[in-house]
Design a protein around this ligand. Structure first.
Ligand code: GAP
Length: 457
């Protein structure tokens, strides 16, 4: 089967309750999406898998949850007020607004006109005002954060002192970010409100390049461990002219989000960026930046974010390696990669979402073979209740067994448990595997342990 495109996933996502167009009953809101009953579970599972891997399974990591609205000075000194913009052009014919850097042949993709305005910078940060002040009161102006990273830098000294960490160590954070993108689109790939999973890893200058490479390899491995196939992932070295103002080197992990595009190079786009941010951020937010030319002098900060190495008696600004991934893009990649089709004995096409068990929104569905038999229904409900403290379990009796299996396959549930007439006698049930459709008989008393083992818990 050829790889599914985003449209296939949009349709599945809406049909089954993963993702809905936001504000739909009022005509929607451009590229805003709501996560439904299955989508919220999938997002939570992606975030949990990342947090477990990034924070719990390491010895050198702390977590953080900083505010979305920060002091405006954070964005002044981070450079975002001046430079976090896209080059904007207007089509003089049809008035469409476009990103100049995304125009491949200098023509408006909407009407084909070459009559475009000169590019001008458009700052992507959403503006709002704190407190009961007038809209035009500049002193109350704040931004919704465009990245979670800055919340980590401004808390560097807090985490360092309270955790008693020594270099190297990292601080991880998951949370919403906001960018007033000029051209959002492609479903949840590029939206104005999205969620990031970012980690800032602080190292001694000089140890940054090796740490950077290690994180690139680690992160690539994380995606393949989640079940994303290597063929659909690749590394992309950002050329100098693409680098953000703070970066010495950035390598993106790209996913083949657009397999339908003819030109191979255009099939890929960013899933995660892994940047070497040098000591730019800690320096720029420091009270005493110690810049020989006095360039990044910061009279507003009250803190020096340098690090004192007790062993060598040296003081310096740590370098930072930053793996930054999007929750939503990970969800999209995971859905695209898990999507398969299979034909059953009757020649009917079935969709099977082969999600990694850790990510599957529902781990087990308990199904009664006959819903008009009260004893079978009661036993199935009892089994669902027995399982639910240990795993996300559902009960469903709203169709024939074939239909119920098909529904669970389509949403990626790894196991179905069927309760039948025989179960009332032998206290055993049938466990059906999503990927192979193989069935085995398991005693109810052993069921939880059996499922947990097969789920890899
Ligand atoms: N702190 C660095 C940083 O924010 P980025 O490459 O701009 O780097 C990191 O963003 C990740 O956040 C991207 O790889 C992508 O997965 C996600 N992301 C960025 N902008 C997004 C958007 N408009 N919609 C959805 N995800 C986005």
């Amino acid at each position: 089967m050829s790889a599914p495109n985003i449209e296939t996933i949009v349709s599945l996502a809406k049909r089954r309750g993963f993702v809905f167009p936001s504000s739909e009953i009022y005509g929607g809101l451009g590229s805003a999406w709501d996560y439904g009953q299955l989508g919220v579970e999938l997002c939570n599972n992606v975030k949990q898998a990342w947090w477990r891997w990034m924070v719990y399974e390491r010895d050198d990591m702390e977590g953080l949850d900083s505010s979305i609205i920060l002091n405006r000075l954070v964005w002044k000194y981070s450079g975002h007020e001046d430079t976090f913009s896209d080059p904007l052009v207007d089509c003089r014919e049809c008035k469409t607004r476009l990103r100049a850097d995304k125009l491949t042949d200098g023509k408006c993709p909407n009407c084909g006109s070459k009559e475009l305005t000169e590019p001008r910078p458009f700052n992507l940060m959403f503006r709002t005002h704190v407190g009961a002040t007038a809209e035009d009161d500049e002193s109350s102006l704040v931004y919704l954060r465009p990245e979670t990273a800055q919340g980590i830098f401004i808390n560097f000294a807090n985490v360092l002192t309270t955790s008693r960490r020594k270099l190297p160590f990292g601080v991880a954070q998951i949370g919403k970010s906001f960018r007033n993108e000029v051209t959002p689109g492609n479903f949840i790939f590029r939206t104005r409100e999205f969620e990031q999973m970012e980690m800032e890893y602080f190292v001694r200058p000089g140890e940054d390049e090796q740490a950077h490479q290690e994180w690139i390899d680690n992160c690539f491995g994380w995606f393949t461990d989640l079940g994303i196939s290597k063929e659909n992932l690749r590394l992309y070295e950002q050329p100098k002219e693409e680098l953000a103002h703070y970066a010495k080197r950035t390598v993106d992990i790209q996913y083949r989000f657009f397999p339908e595009r003819e030109e191979e190079a255009r099939q890929w786009d960013e899933l995660m960026g892994i940047a070497n941010r040098t000591d730019f951020d800690l320096r720029t937010h420091s009270k005493k930046p110690e810049d020989a030319e006095g360039k990044r002098l910061n009279p507003d900060s009250t803190e020096d974010l340098s690090y004192f190495d007790e062993a060598t008696k040296e003081r310096f600004y740590p370098y930072v390696i930053e793996p930054a991934a999007g929750v939503n893009r990970t969800v999209l990649a995971v859905l695209m990669d898990a999507y398969t089709e299979k034909t059953n004995d009757k020649g009917e096409k079935r969709v099977i979402l082969k999600l990694h068990p850790d990510l599957a929104p529902i781990k087990v569905a308990v199904l009664p073979l006959a819903k008009n038999k009260p004893e079978i229904v009661a036993l199935a409900k009892t089994i669902k209740h027995l399982l639910q403290p240990a795993m996300r379990a559902v009960y469903d009796d709203t169709g024939g067994i074939g239909k119920l299996y098909a529904r669970q396959d389509e949403i990626g549930t790894p196991f179905c448990v069927t309760v039948d007439h025989q179960s009332l006698e032998d206290e055993a049930v049938t466990v059906r595997d999503r990927d192979t459709w193989a069935q085995e008989r398991v005693k109810v008393a052993d069921l939880q342990e059996h499922l947990l083992k097969r789920l890899g818990e």
